[in-house]
Design a protein around this ligand. Structure first.
Ligand SMILES: *[C@@H]1O[C@H](CO)[C@@H](O)[C@H](O)[C@H]1NC(C)=O
Ligand SMILES: *[C@@H]1O[C@H](CO)[C@@H](O)[C@H](O)[C@H]1NC(C)=O
Ligand SMILES: *[C@@H]1O[C@H](CO)[C@@H](O)[C@H](O)[C@H]1NC(C)=O
Ligand SMILES: *[C@@H]1O[C@H](CO)[C@@H](O)[C@H](O)[C@H]1NC(C)=O
Ligand SMILES: *[C@@H]1O[C@H](CO)[C@@H](O)[C@H](O)[C@H]1NC(C)=O
Length: 425
């Protein structure tokens, strides 16, 4: 009994000692026992100061930027007993994030951070009030053995070319440059980034051809070059992108035919080539791409007859948008067996024949557009179908199409379609 009390007492003293130790340590900002080297710490302060402005001096506000007084947007890790910055996020990610300075600069200190893995700028370089900001190509090589992710998103004031030196960041897995002001050609050197999984360059002002070298990115899962002004044909090397899941080149000026090598992308779920000048016939081996969920080729001068494709193989399709092309022939009834289909856009083509009422059996279908064709005959969908779809059933501008009025309440009649009795038969 007595000895138990005594040992409890010792235990209490022991716990107190630990707590005092912890508080003491926290005052010195070294709870984890990891200090930060002077060069790394100053490098961080000076790099951030370059982005947010000279008024900012982190050394007072954040004496221990990786420990007890972390800087918003800075993530650290311990290497050999010292703190290092691994992840730096600049820009207005949170309400209380530091806003970027209009005259921001990429100081050399940024490139001295020894273990930087991920760097991102969001909504940061907005209006170039003192002239546009460009990224110098030099310096980046210093990050080549550590950096895995580079992201610039929503920085319209960021202009000039994509630095070719990004091609030397050989550990890069993700390069995301969305909604910036980058112009000029795509650097071929990006094709050297053999570990790249994600390449997203959408919504810039990029021009010229897509380099053949991009077809060598054999680990790539996502390629999105949409919303630029890229021209020329699709490289034949793209058959090498065998891992690809999402492939989006929409809203460019691309031309020529879709190379048959595209069918080597066996795992592809999204193919979006819409709003280009791609031509040729819709007879390429798309039907072998059984993993496709979204096939979007709209607004291209591609011709072809839907009847000639083997739709059964594309049983995973959820979105099929072939609108505003040069399709002719009928709409195959077998499309109504694609049971995951949610969106079917065949409008503004030159399709003929009848529209099968079996399409109404697609339980998930919530948009069906066949307007602007040359369909004929009587629409025979059940009235619940018109009720469910409303304006998301588009059949107008088919001058020889009609519907029977007998059982149809006025409020669910298909928009822009004549009553059959008005058509002389
Ligand atoms: C912050 O202020 C200290 C002391 O005035 C100075 O030594 C340091 O260089 C400054 N750091 C930056 C990033 O300006
Ligand atoms: C395609 O996906 C399957 C299943 O996820 C995977 O095992 C296979 O490695 C992938 N193929 C390629 C070429 O990446
Ligand atoms: C549609 O096809 C018909 C018959 O082949 C043809 O006469 C017509 O010019 C085509 N219309 C358009 C808009 O391509
Ligand atoms: C619609 O098809 C008919 C023949 O079935 C053809 O005479 C007519 O030119 C076509 N109309 C359009 C607008 O393509
Ligand atoms: C049908 O097409 C014409 C010309 O192409 C267009 O002006 C008209 O608005 C269209 N009708 C409907 C109901 O969309």
């Amino acid at each position: 009994m007595d000895s138990n009390v005594r040992s409890d007492g010792w235990y209490f003293v022991f716990v107190m000692l630990i707590m005092v130790g912890l508080i003491g340590k926290s005052i010195h900002g070294q709870i984890d026992g990891a200090p930060m080297s002077k060069t790394e710490q100053e490098g961080l302060y000076y790099a951030i100061q370059g982005f947010v402005g000279k008024w900012w001096n982190g050394s007072d506000l954040y004496p221990d930027p990786c420990g007890w007084t972390p800087i918003q947007g800075v993530t650290c890790d311990v290497f050999d007993g010292f703190w290092y910055v691994t992840d730096l996020r600049i820009g207005q990610i949170h309400d209380n994030s530091l806003p970027c300075h209009p005259n921001l600069e990429f100081r050399p200190h940024l490139f001295q951070l020894k273990h930087l893995k991920s760097l991102s700028f969001f909504n940061c370089i907005i209006s170039p009030s003192h002239g546009p900001v460009t990224i110098q190509s030099a310096n980046w090589d210093a990050l080549s053995s550590t950096i895995e992710s580079v992201e610039f998103r929503a920085n319209p004031g960021l202009t000039g070319q994509i630095p070719t030196s990004f091609g030397n960041l050989k550990r890069l897995q993700s390069l995301v440059l969305i909604e910036n002001g980058f112009s000029g050609g795509l650097p071929g050197s990006i094709g050297d980034l053999t570990h790249l999984k994600r390449l997203v360059l959408s919504d810039n002002l990029l021009t010229g051809k897509i380099p053949d070298s991009y077809g060598y990115l054999s680990e790539l899962l996502i390629m999105d070059l949409s919303r630029n002004s890229l021209s020329g044909t699709l490289p034949l090397t793209f058959g090498g992108l065998t891992s690809l899941l999402k492939f989006d080149l929409s809203r460019n000026q691309l031309e020529g035919e879709i190379p048959s090598e595209i069918s080597y992308m066996k795992n592809l779920t999204l193919l979006d080539l819409s709003n280009n000048k791609i031509s040729g016939e819709l007879t390429f081996p798309i039907q072998e791409m059984g993993s496709l969920e979204e096939l979007i080729l709209s607004s291209n001068p591609i011709s072809g007859d839907l009847m000639n494709l083997n739709w059964e193989n594309l049983h995973g399709l959820m979105v099929l948008d072939l609108s505003n092309m040069r399709l002719t022939g009928g709409i195959p009834e077998v499309i109504s067996s694609l049971e995951n289909l949610r969106f079917l856009g065949l409008n503004d083509n030159n399709l003929t024949g009848n529209l099968s009422p079996k399409l109404a059996e697609l339980a998930d279908l919530n948009a069906l557009y066949v307007n602007g064709n040359n369909l004929t005959g009587d629409l025979k969908f059940p009235r619940e179908f018109y009720g469910k779809m409303g304006r998301r059933f588009g059949a107008w501008n088919n001058s020889n199409l009609c519907f029977s009025v007998a059982t149809m309440p006025a409020n669910i009649r298909p928009f822009g379609v004549k009553v059959c009795s008005e058509v002389p038969s």
